[in-house]
Design a protein around this ligand. Structure first.
Ligand SMILES: [Zn+2]
Length: 237
């Protein structure tokens, strides 16, 4: 199994690694800073360099539990040493976007009791669906104001691991359906934004909400009964 450096250090941009497997499908390394697409967060892009060559990584995905670097061109040879580097600007924007979404989820639950039904993100833009009977432009503005006030408090964001039994009895994690995580996953990775939100999550986040900056709610729309969508956008820092 690949050592997933991004899960304990989201700010690591590069690492040295050894090629474990390589095919037209992609490259598997013994350790990596590349986040594999999942939980609404896109996979990382970047570059693999080695003695005498380099190749672009167009995407990173999970295949059978393995982190696969999808390359555009000739893959490095098995057993060779490579230096792996992510496109940091894109990833950092995704970290800010992902943390913004968790804060949005916390703000809407705390203020209105509505749970999240889905979500997705691209760098700087995201959508989140809520179990709400109605939604309006005014509601969007109200949430935007509350969200930015909370972000401005510069709350610390903690990424940690909890034993499965402990996670399954945590009320915050129960609310976010921790029980749906496959039984083999133990410990469970948890992202806690102090005083705002706590959920099981595999993604990469910024260290504190101040790094997210200002967020705009750009659209509110109905996606059916008890399913309302909010689109957000990060303001440029
Ligand atoms: Zn998440």
């Amino acid at each position: 199994m690949t050592e997933e450096i991004f899960s304990t250090d989201a700010y690591a941009r590069t690492c040295e690694a050894t090629v474990v497997a390589a095919s037209e499908e992609g490259v598997i390394l013994d350790r990596t800073v590349f986040y594999a697409r999942g939980g609404g967060q896109p996979g990382d892009t970047g570059i693999l360099r080695w003695d005498g060559g380099e190749v672009r990584v167009a995407d990173t995905v999970k295949h059978g539990g393995e982190v696969v670097h999808v390359v555009e061109g000739q893959a490095p040879a098995v057993d060779s040493r490579v230096s792996a580097e992510i496109d940091w600007g894109r990833r950092y924007t995704l970290m800010r976007t992902h943390t913004a979404l968790h804060c949005l989820s916390g703000v809407v639950f705390t203020g209105y009791g509505a749970k999240v039904t889905g979500g997705n993100m691209e760098p700087g833009v995201a959508r989140m669906d809520f179990e709400l009977d109605s939604i309006s432009v005014e509601f969007g503005r109200e949430v935007e104001e509350a969200l930015n006030a909370r972000l401005a408090e510069d709350r610390p964001v903690h990424a940690g691991f909890l034993p499965r039994a402990e996670a399954l009895s945590d009320p915050d994690l129960i609310r976010t359906k921790v029980n749906l995580i496959p039984g083999s996953v133990d410990p469970i990775r948890v992202i806690e934004i102090e005083g705002i939100d706590k959920q099981a999550d595999g993604g990469t986040h910024v260290r504190s909400t101040g790094e997210v900056g200002h967020v705009r709610v750009v659209k509110t729309e109905s996606k059916g009964k008890a399913n309302k969508r909010m689109r957000i956008e990060l303001a440029e820092p």
